[in-house]
Design a protein around this ligand. Structure first.
Ligand code: AMP
Ligand code: GLY
Length: 421
């Protein structure tokens, strides 16, 4: 079958790498892809948010199946438009992608169906939001309702910070994403990323992972899209996984079904493991990046039939096999990320790095004059398996050290929490 992957990040490279290995896939395209993806798929210069362009391409090339990587096109209705054109796709329709597209929607859903999450208030004007902050006090978490590329969450340690965050959001800092504000209790615990494939009615738990959101070592510095990850997350014991499926994932799938917003695709729960048990921080409606990179490294089964089964309502009797070995990925980013950074700098040593089973997944890269150059903030995800997380980490950092890119940096402590256990 002919498959199109939509997106251009490390997540999409990992998906292309896994799908390219499927005997079911006769031809693989990626829109728009990057320099690394070009090794596994034919890249086509169509932006991930160019919905009409993607639908036209699928019609022209008779694409059988589309896998959508990022949330933007999902929330904007790409899967709906593809369905109208008779093209099957992996990912939720817009009415279900609202689980990521509106934090307020998700909080209300949790409240209606008793799904454990932080206490909250939802506000459409600054005055009532501020009154709520004054009533609850700090620390408190202030969030823009809509998609804000991971930047719409302000962890306010003081009341003043919370009040000024409210002004910023209603002042238009996040555009339309800030038309509403969600204010939450600040939960304490260890975070984990939990993924399940969902076919509308059934959920199949995937492996667990832990991300590193802060830019610098010791979990300091600004929040990023994610600077590294490992799988499995030791905090996610089988009992914890069962609790998450029973209390969070399955009730959400059933609730969405009841609400007439059937969810198909991958449900990514950001969890806080608190002393009251697992609590939902937020949902995403796509794979995590860089969590996807470690999941694909550990997946033994063919991913493509699983994605098709999710799209097709056929997950009930499905199973996936995973390697016992943990995987760890280190993100290499452009100096300055998540702030301003230079583009177009040359990256060397990539072939040297990607040997002995190490996979160097590309994110913001392009080919220029026969050389790989950096074009984005997060640029590479250097991913290794090991007998232990410590061994995977050692292999990943050895590979990172073979990369010649003075304009990049990485965290040196990915995996510290798991290794410290
Ligand atoms: P989100 O974009 O909603 O996942 O939030 C980004 C990050 O902010 C999360 O990964 C958590 O580290 C943190 N966070 C968000 N909401 C809360 C909360 N209610 N309590 C504690 N931490 C939170
Ligand atoms: N790594 C977190 C995310 O993809 O949202």
């Amino acid at each position: 079958m002919k498959v199109l992957v939509v997106g251009s990040g490390g997540r999409e490279h990992a998906l292309c790498w896994a799908i390219a290995a499927s005997p079911l896939c006769s031809r693989l395209y990626c829109a728009p892809g990057n320099a690394g993806i070009a090794r596994d798929a034919e890249c086509v210069p169509i932006a991930a948010d160019d919905i009409a362009g993607i639908v036209n391409f699928c019609n022209d090339e008779a694409i059988d199946f589309v896998v959508v990587g990022p949330e933007g096109p999902l929330v904007a209705g790409l899967v709906d438009r593809l369905a109208e054109a008779g093209i099957m796709a992996f990912g939720p329709r817009a009415d279900a992608a609202v689980l990521e597209g509106s934090k307020g929607f998700t909080k209300d859903l949790c409240a209606r169906y008793g799904i454990p999450t932080a206490a909250y208030g939802r506000f459409a004007d600054a005055a009532s939001a501020k009154a709520f902050v004054r009533e609850k006090g700090a620390p408190i978490v202030v969030k823009a309702d809509g998609l804000a590329a991971g930047k719409g969450v302000i962890m306010a340690e003081t009341e003043e910070q919370a009040l000024s965050a409210i002004d910023e959001i209603f002042g238009g800092k996040f555009g339309a994403a800030g038309a509403e504000v969600v204010i939450e209790e600040w939960m304490i615990g260890e975070e984990a990323s939990f993924f399940a494939l969902v076919d509308g009615e059934h959920a199949l738990a995937l492996a667990t992972a832990q991300d590193h959101k802060r830019a610098f070592d010791g979990d300091t510095g600004p929040n990023t899209g994610g600077m590294g990850a490992y799988s499995p997350a030791p905090v996610m014991t089988q009992a914890m996984i069962d609790a998450v499926m029973d209390r969070i994932i399955n009730p959400t799938v059933a609730a969405m079904h009841r609400e007439g917003r059937e969810f198909r695709g991958v449900l990514f729960a950001g969890l806080m493991i608190t002393d009251k048990g697992p609590q939902l921080i937020e949902y995403n409606v796509r794979f995590g990046d860089p969590e996807c990179q470690v999941l694909m490294m550990r997946l033994k089964s063919d991913i493509l039939p699983a994605l098709i089964a999710a799209a097709d309502g056929q997950l009930a009797n499905f199973d996936l096999r995973w390697r016992d070995e943990p995987a760890l990925t280190v993100v290499v980013a452009a100096n300055g990320y998540p702030g301003d950074y230079k583009k177009g700098t040359v990256i060397g040593g990539l072939d040297e790095a990607g040997k002995d089973g190490v996979q160097v997944f590309h994110a913001g890269t392009a080919m220029k004059d026969g050389k790989v150059v950096a074009t984005g903030g997060r640029v590479l995800a250097v991913t290794a398996l090991g007998k232990t997380i410590a061994e995977a980490r050692e292999k990943a950092y050895e590979a990172v050290d073979r990369i010649d890119w003075p304009d990049g940096f990485c965290r040196r402590d990915i995996g510290w929490r798991a290794i410290g256990r």
